[in-house]
Design a protein around this ligand. Structure first.
Ligand SMILES: *[C@@H]1O[C@H](CO)[C@@H](O)[C@H](O)[C@H]1NC(C)=O
Length: 390
């Protein structure tokens, strides 16, 4: 009897200890004063919940229940004491008046946080008014990116829906090991500068299982991106997946080891694009692989454009310093919306090297499409239509 009582006591004590170790604090934004009516400004409540989560020694979950929450520009700053999960079941909406996101450049900014997960949720930035302001040439604020991770290591953005951002939807900047998965991004075809996901200065980013319909690049890849893995992306409408524009600045970092596989482009202006300014620079592109890609009526399915120089201003010798090396295109099939399905317009001063084509089948209006090569070296293998110009 006594021994069984002792055993139960020990069992209960260990159970309590276990619960204390594993239990995570859950912080419901409603208990910090947030209102789910979509009209009451809940920014301060979210920031208070963040402050509490960030100082928690236990792992903390910030919970946003169903409903609509009006949120203005907010900075969620670390470093924090433990892991943080932001579980969003509701929708965050920006103010109706686009001046309401101010001139900060960011709507939701997470900065210097390690082990951060943002799960679920819808972000509605209501960008239409801001785009109209810009197209009309009136006096407009700088605009805001919807969600940004700056200096976040070991981060996750999963199951998020982002609609109508003023500028870019999702930005991963100066991060390590960030997974973006199952996100859905929606903005109109003609909305300016609404890139879906922008990655720069980051190592070990993975983007998977995402659908991106927007007015600018589905994914844009900026200087200092390394070891980027992308798979199962549906892109279009939009400007495609773009490495660059690179080489705008003289002292600029390169892009290396980028993979895109098992993806579909539908009605986008470009498919696989590498783009650089026609200016001197230290930037470079190397070890890129595009594999198992389907193109459905895509403007420029495969394009390297090293002659980017808007308005022909500030490109002294009109040649790009960006060295492009080791780019593999393998099993790219489908239809081009323009007669020239493959364009390699490389720099005369820094020709593209090590370009490899294998099993390419792109048609234009059920006919053979064409390809164009300038200043390029590489090899072709397998079935190649349009006929390789390498
Ligand atoms: C290239 O990136 C992948 C992730 O996309 C990574 O697993 C691999 O180790 C990287 N290769 C090198 C040589 O760094």
């Amino acid at each position: 009897m006594a021994s069984s009582l002792r055993a139960s006591c020990i069992f209960l004590l260990s159970l309590t200890a276990l619960l204390t170790i594993t239990s995570a604090a859950t912080l419901n934004v409603i208990s910090f004063g947030a209102k789910s009516d979509g009209r009451t400004d809940s920014t301060q409540s979210f920031l208070k919940a963040w402050a509490s989560a960030c100082s928690s020694v236990q792992a903390a979950t910030i919970f946003v229940p169903r409903g609509r929450y009006l949120i203005k520009a907010a900075v969620f700053r670390g470093p924090c004491k433990n892991r943080i999960t932001v579980q969003i079941d509701g929708t965050l909406v920006a103010p109706d008046d686009y001046w309401g996101l101010g001139n900060s450049g960011y709507w939701l900014l997470f900065i210097q946080v390690n082990r951060l997960s943002v799960i679920g949720g819808t972000l509605d930035a209501k960008g239409a008014g801001f785009w109209a302001c810009r197209t009309s040439g009136r006096n407009c604020p700088v605009g805001a990116r919807s969600i940004t991770f700056n200096w976040v290591n070991d981060g996750v953005i999963s199951g998020l829906t982002s609609i109508n951002s003023q500028l870019m939807h999702v930005v991963v900047n100066s991060c390590k090991n960030v997974k973006v998965q199952n996100v859905r991004i929606v903005a109109p075809d003609l909305s300016p500068n609404t890139d879906g996901i922008h990655v720069r200065g980051s190592t070990g980013v993975t983007i998977s299982g995402s659908s991106i319909q927007t007015g600018d690049d589905c994914v844009s890849i900026g200087p200092g991106t390394r070891n980027l893995w992308m798979e199962k992306i549906n892109c279009g409408p939009g400007h495609g997946v773009s490495i660059g524009s690179l080489g705008r600045d003289f002292n600029e970092d390169g892009v290396q080891n980028v993979t895109l596989i098992n993806s579909v482009f539908s009605g986008s202006d470009n498919g696989l694009r590498i783009k650089s300014w026609a200016r001197p620079t230290t930037a470079f592109v190397s070890n890129i692989k595009f594999q198992n890609i389907i193109m459905k009526n895509v403007g420029n399915p495969i394009i390297i454009d090293q002659n980017y120089c808007p308005d022909n201003r500030g490109c002294p010798r009109q040649t790009s310093g960006v060295k492009i090396d080791q780019v593999i295109y393998q099993n790219i099939q489908g239809t081009s919306a323009t007669p020239v399905a493959v364009i390699f317009d490389c720099s005369p001063s820094n020709p593209c090297r090590g370009i490899k084509l294998r099993d390419i089948k792109l048609t234009y209006l059920n006919r053979k499409a064409q390809s164009l090569c300038k200043n390029i070296g590489g090899t072709a293998a397998g079935v190649i239509t349009p006929e390789s110009c390498l």
